[in-house]
Design a protein around this ligand. Sequence first.
Ligand code: MN
Length: 491
Amino acid sequence: MTKSPKIQEAVKLATKAHDGQLRKTGEPYIVHPLAVKKILEEWNMDDDTIIAGILHDTVEDTEITLKDIEEQFGHDVAFLVDGVTKLSKARSGMKNLDSYLPETSDNLLKLLIATGQDVRVLIIKLADRLHNLRTLSALPPDKQKKIARESLDVFAPLADRLQMGRVRVEIEETSFRYLDPKRYEELKKLTEERLKRADKKLNNARQAVEDLLKKEHIKYKCDGRVKSIYSLHKKLAKYDQNIDRVYDLIALRFIVEDVTTCYLTLGLIHSLFRPMDGRVKDYIAVPKQNGYQSIHTTVITPDKQVVEFQIRTKEMHDYAERGLAATFFYNEQKLTSAYTEGRISKLPSHLLWIKELQETAAKLASGEKVDTKKLKLTLFADKIFVYTPKGDIIDLPKDSMPLDFAYRLHSEIGATCTGAIVNGKMVSLNTKLHNGDIVEIVTTKNSKPNPGWLDKVGSKHARHKLLSQLHALFPNFVANPDPPTKPEKKK
Ligand code: MN
């Protein structure tokens, strides 16, 4: 990949902008954006993503504006930085969001739709979180726990969704270590003991398979993988804490040239060792939901050792470890534009959701009507997501205005509303809100709602609250029960 001089420019700009700021670790702040840059480079991301990674904290924490970034680095970089900035804000509002949409449990999907028109935004955010986790020791314990919890609940599943297995594991292990240090150490010791005990028998099994593969002239790479502490913890909870029932504590992984050789290797392994009943899993023919592909088989060796073998191609291995980032590597270009411009015609089917997501998000943002059946987005199609100044996400029906937002926060805030500030500018109360707007309500004590507001609410909720307040204020008040503007769409 060519390294553009723009990357050096971005480093210069960020260094200057963050000058004088310190991290909690006591280091100069620029250490953090540079670490994010390094992670994104390790993931082989494109230049725009790397530049946006370097600049990801500048808009929020320094004098630099999005406009500056757009002028110097172009629209794409500015778009990515803006996305990351909004995502940080959205993050803190996720719990709230959940209580507003109890119908769905998929927090991630909401987060994605609210912010992710470009999946690279999420990848930058993951790199950002990864570095923050790596330096978590600098924070006070209560903050450590909070960040660890959130990483485990939100960012690990996100990495999984993007099929970035290696990143997911690092996030899980680090978070778990902070959340439950005692348990972490306990399980670590347990794993090490088991490994030591099985070492010789494992080596025998591995040697036997390698000898046979060589005899058959099959090219392979072999490594051992030890189950991560966190996934062991989860598995033990399922198996009454009985570690003897965890068969894949250690697995031997064989990476071979192509799919046919995968099945051939499976056959050879079974010719050596007896497979356990119901323990052959063909995730090549039927990939896991996140797209993971591999063949797993658990066997019993002659010296009574239970061993799991995992067989896959190099490409499958790369996807399992690096996921979406691997896609960028293979394509060496931006996924989004490569798609829309038709430069790549095919993406692995497990990544199609990203394409659909991006298309849906783009349509939502431009106010287009969206057919969401395929992506289970029915809930979002008629909604917009806006932010409070503190960063909480509030979801509102499309066509909502500031009063809808005010009544959603609290009916008293609605009743005493005297103005609204959207994205830092004072606006009139009949201004339509858009996805991503930051909305602040100005209230004046003892101020009262008035009947003219009925034209300035778009949501049923706000209309209902407003009507009951108007009835209380004006006993003779009669209102048309239907909205005077266009009727609300039915689900
Ligand atoms: Mn950051």
